[in-house]
Design a protein around this ligand. Structure first.
Ligand code: HPA
Length: 276
């Protein structure tokens, strides 16, 4: 057993010692706007990231990062309330460590959510987008370096990185709830600057419908471990250059706040019907 496996096991054992042995059905990475969902869990136990062995240490002042375990719609879930972003300076290996720890705890289902900029001009700020695939042409792979055979293969398949059945479930539930749900390809950018208009035009030519600074590392790590992934973006703004106006973080926060209710409702209903 090498170092990473030991670290994963130790972190997993610590979390289990805090939340108990009952198996977790779904891991959830809650992005901008959806973090509040973790406060709605029943019988919740929260663990600060700083207390978990080997979890990346936040250097950002006032950063609220914690895991919250509890029940949601009859499922046992473990939520990341706040994630680690590459732009914060973490290595890709650190960004995905929590996902590997979830796997070590026996979790095989993952929901990832985020805020993203709309590249597809048919989208509007406030739309939700089912992630059907992704593009990552820049930055390291989280799996760069010696391979850990215990986690998965060296060269692993990404054809079904976003699970087809979970996509179908999300589509059906969105329709039933009358929540408009776009679907498309999410393209990873390293940030923290927003993209330039030229980068956004190139993203569109390459086949992207949305751009963002998260999710893709987690989805790659989950794919290696054969976890089933459902990804949903909140289109908080049109990406740079699409509308003739500058981007700002306030707009991102305001839109995610506005969409929070619909996003939460979709996630709750998908969770209720999620096959585990
Ligand atoms: N670009 C990258 N990340 C984002 C954006 C964007 O326009 N909006 C929210 N997150």
């Amino acid at each position: 057993m090498d170092h990473l496996m030991e670290k994963m096991q130790e972190a997993a054992m610590y979390i289990t010692s805090r939340i108990g042995n009952e198996p977790v059905d779904i891991g959830m990475v809650l992005g901008s706007g959806l973090g509040g969902l973790a406060d709605e869990l029943e019988d919740a136990v929260a663990i600060s990231y700083k207390d978990i062995p080997f979890f990346p240490v936040s250097t950002v002042f006032g950063h609220k990062g914690r895991l919250v375990a509890g029940n949601l719609e009859g499922k046992r879930v473990l939520c990341m309330q706040g994630r680690f972003h590459y732009y914060e300076g973490y290595g890709m290996d650190q960004v995905v460590f929590p996902i590997q720890v979830m796997h070590a705890m026996g979790i095989r289902q993952l929901l990832v959510t985020n805020a993203a900029g709309g590249v597809n001009t048919a989208y509007q700020p406030g739309d939700l987008m089912l992630i059907t695939d992704h593009i990552k042409l820049i930055a390291d792979s989280p799996m760069r370096g010696p391979n850990h055979e215990e986690l998965g293969e060296r060269f692993f398949d990404m054809t079904h990185a976003y699970d087809k059945k979970l996509c179908a479930l999300a589509r059906e539930e969105a329709k039933r709830l009358s929540i408009p749900l776009q679907e498309g390809v999410y393209m990873f950018f390293a940030g923290p600057s927003y993209e330039t208009p030229a980068e956004v035009r190139s993203a569109r030519i390459l086949g992207a419908d949305a751009v963002g600074m998260s999710t893709v590392p987690e989805a790659i790590a989950a794919s290696q471990m054969r976890m089933k992934v459902l990804g949903i973006s909140c289109i908080t703004n049109m990406a740079a250059g699409i509308l003739d106006q500058p981007l700002n973080h306030t707009e991102v926060m305001e839109t995610s706040d506005r969409v929070k209710e619909a996003f939460t409702s979709l996630v709750r209903n998908v969770t209720r019907l999620w096959p585990v």
